[in-house]
Design a protein. Structure first.
Length: 656
């Protein structure tokens, strides 16, 4: 159990005349230290237990209290879904609030208080509005247009119950120290988007996003912590004021993935949590009762477990949020890692989750970001990963909020989902769901890989029956339908034997011959007697793609990505890219020599390679690496299926 308990004891030796530094305690029940703040700060509070030096000048005289009694401050926690985890120093809150605190905002509506545990339970499953309000310098600057209300209807219709709204403020400050004024037009836009979400009855989490590395990086060399703290307070005071009267459907998250390397960094992040709470409470309105999702270093589960300390002095119900993108190589298509699902890999996920749960046994926890994107992960491995992650998280009472940057899951323009099977498992699966899934390679030492998410047929070969191993999980196959909606006939078109689904040669021959043009030929939807998974198996005719050219001079194409026109030979995507100099040296990451044969010398998606609908791409970073090495380098583009002998790969050489 990680039950946090803090005892605040009246100071015995505090100097009555010393000045308190910015954001230090300057009064409150049980406090006997100095009540005078350093220049530029004044002593303010929203409750009698904790007064703090905050930026600015007091508009009215304030008398702080100093008593000799001892006040015990506890964090009240419970694993029950109906009990609030509250940063509590006062008597318990009532169910509703019809007025407001003495802060900047005054609300006239009613606030229906909710515990953190109930909030977390109700927000699952959640969806992230990624690369939108968090884009820099402005909404619309990245790959998404400004969000419209219909997007949230699409999210809700898919089964999601909440939206996390990442927001970057860095380029919307119109003033400097000490006020750090935020453009009111930007605050109004944030408020408008929040209303789009809550008008549908969806829960919302609002954060400060890329500010974490643009100006609030406490690990940066020479970081001005005084400035960061001042600016952070002003940010959340203004956001808290603007959103003060939002309903209890809205929670706040202080900062996204704050950089953290050491215990000292973590202590500063804990301080930012405290400053955040002070700011929103000072802003008034309904904020003193609002749920908050607090963070540890990097929103990393290990750093949070090791160093997070809950703030004190506030009544806000709180949860802990962490993010999960592990294993890195599979999620980010690094070093040729295209498979997932071994017992060891599953054990790692469960161990990671169990660690943070065991450290915070009675605290509500949410995974605020996770993803296995259909953009770059192989379907069978992805579905096994999503299935296991969701079931493991639910078994430990975690809520899960899917990261979606606009290129991953929801096509916002079309209102359609790129991988409906993943979305179904995410929105419907429980801890005990038994989903039937295509099986796939799990042996990292293998020299070829297979996947039952596809029926691969090589161009120029005879059509024969093909068997796909499946993970049935106690279910039975009830039907298979093709792209036209026609239902396949059991015994004639396919059969099931043990863990294998076999498609007959006669059925496959209805769609392909040895000379059918390469590409995706048919989509087959499989339905099972139980679970939330209805995977689509694709019939693919394949041969190696062709490139419009096979070499270029590195120096002549440097300074930008190199896009090479490609004629795809099956699936229009890259599985992996090997980069070897002509002298046999790994261009990057030479430690991959210790990995399996399909990972050695492989590079990383987005860092060294990419692709679009008609090009394979070598990034400018990879070109720079070739020039720095001073040796011509062969890039081997590998495609699905990953087979031996180089029959499904093509080479491109950068010469120096």
């Amino acid at each position: 159990m990680h039950r946090l308990c803090v005892i605040a004891i009246a100071a015995l030796f505090g100097s009555a005349h010393a000045q308190v530094a910015g954001y230090g305690q300057c009064g409150g029940t049980g406090y006997s230290g100095s009540t005078t703040c350093t220049s530029g700060y004044y002593c303010a509070s929203q409750n009698p237990y904790y007064y703090q030096c905050v930026p600015g000048t007091a508009t009215t005289s304030t008398t702080t209290t100093s008593k000799t009694s001892v006040t015990t401050t506890t964090t009240t926690t419970s694993s029950s879904s109906s009990t609030s985890t509250t940063l509590k120093t006062t008597t318990s809150q009532t169910a509703t609030q019809t007025s407001t605190s003495t802060g900047a905002a005054t609300c006239t509506g009613t606030f229906s208080a909710i515990s953190a545990s109930d909030f977390v339970a109700k927000l699952h499953p959640g969806w992230n509005l990624g690369n939108t309000l968090d884009a820099t310098p402005d909404e619309g600057s990245w790959n998404n247009a400004p969000v419209v209300a219909s997007t949230f209807s699409d999210v809700q219709n898919a089964g999601f119950k909440s939206v996390r709204i990442p927001v970057t403020y860095a380029y919307h400050f119109t003033g400097s120290s000490p006020d750090w004024t935020i453009d009111p037009t930007w605050l109004a836009r944030v408020s408008e988007v929040v209303d789009m979400v809550t008008s549908l009855g969806l829960y919302a989490i609002v954060d400060a996003h890329h500010d974490s590395w643009i100006w609030a990086d406490v690990t940066a060399s020479g970081a001005n912590l005084t400035m960061i703290e001042e600016k952070f307070y002003r940010l959340w005071y203004q956001v808290g004021t603007k959103l003060a009267c939002k309903s209890s459907l809205v929670a706040f998250e202080p900062i996204n993935e704050p950089p953290c390397n050491t215990a000292t960094d973590a202590a500063e992040i804990n301080k930012l949590n405290q400053i955040f709470l002070q700011a929103i409470n000072d802003a008034g309105g309904f904020n003193p009762q609002r749920v908050v999702t607090l963070v540890g270093g990097g929103e990393d589960s290990v750093k949070t477990s090791e160093w997070f300390v809950a703030p004190t002095g506030f009544s806000n119900p709180y949860a802990i949020q962490f993010h999960y993108y592990s294993p890195y190589d599979f999620i980010f298509s690094a070093w040729g890692k295209t498979i997932w699902g071994s017992d060891t890999e599953k054990a790692t996920v469960l161990s990671d989750f169990t660690l943070i749960r065991n450290n915070f046994t009675d605290v509500p926890i949410l995974i605020g970001e996770y993803d296995a994107s259909p953009t770059n992960t192989e379907p069978a491995g992805r579905w096994k990963y999503v299935d296991y992650l969701i079931r493991s998280a639910r078994s430990l009472n975690f809520a899960c909020v899917l990261w979606d940057n606009g290129l991953d899951h929801l096509d916002r323009n079309a209102g359609t989902w790129r991988d409906p099977n993943s979305i179904s498992m995410i929105t419907k699966s429980t801890a005990t769901s038994a989903n039937s899934l295509p099986d796939s390679s799990e042996d990292a030492s293998a020299t070829s890989q297979w996947s039952s998410a596809y029926i691969f047929h090589q161009y120029g070969t005879n059509v024969v029956a093909q068997s796909l191993p499946f993970i049935f999980n106690g279910n039975t196959l009830t039907s298979i339908s093709d792209s036209t909606g026609s239902t396949l006939t059991s015994g004639t078109d396919y059969s099931v034997s043990g863990a294998n689904i076999t498609f007959t040669a006669s059925y496959l021959s209805k769609h392909i011959t040895s000379t059918t043009a390469p590409g995706i030929i048919a989509n087959l939807t499989l339905t099972f007697s139980g679970g939330q998974s209805s995977p689509v198996v694709q019939l693919v005719q394949w041969k190696a793609p062709t490139l419009s050219s096979t070499s270029a001079v590195a120096s002549s194409v440097s300074g930008a990505d190199l896009s090479i026109p490609v004629t795809w030979g099956g699936l229009p995507e890259i599985a992996a890219v090997k980069a070897l100099t002509t002298s046999g040296v790994y261009l990057v990451d030479d430690w991959t020599v210790y990995l399996g044969p399909l990972q050695q010398a492989r590079t990383t998606y987005s860092s060294q390679y990419n692709w679009d609908s008609s090009h394979v791409i070598i990034t400018s970073s990879a070109i720079s690496s070739v020039i720095s090495a001073g040796v011509s380098t062969v890039f081997t583009f590998e495609f699905y299926p990953r087979v031996e002998g180089g029959v499904n790969s093509v080479n491109f050489t950068l010469t120096v």
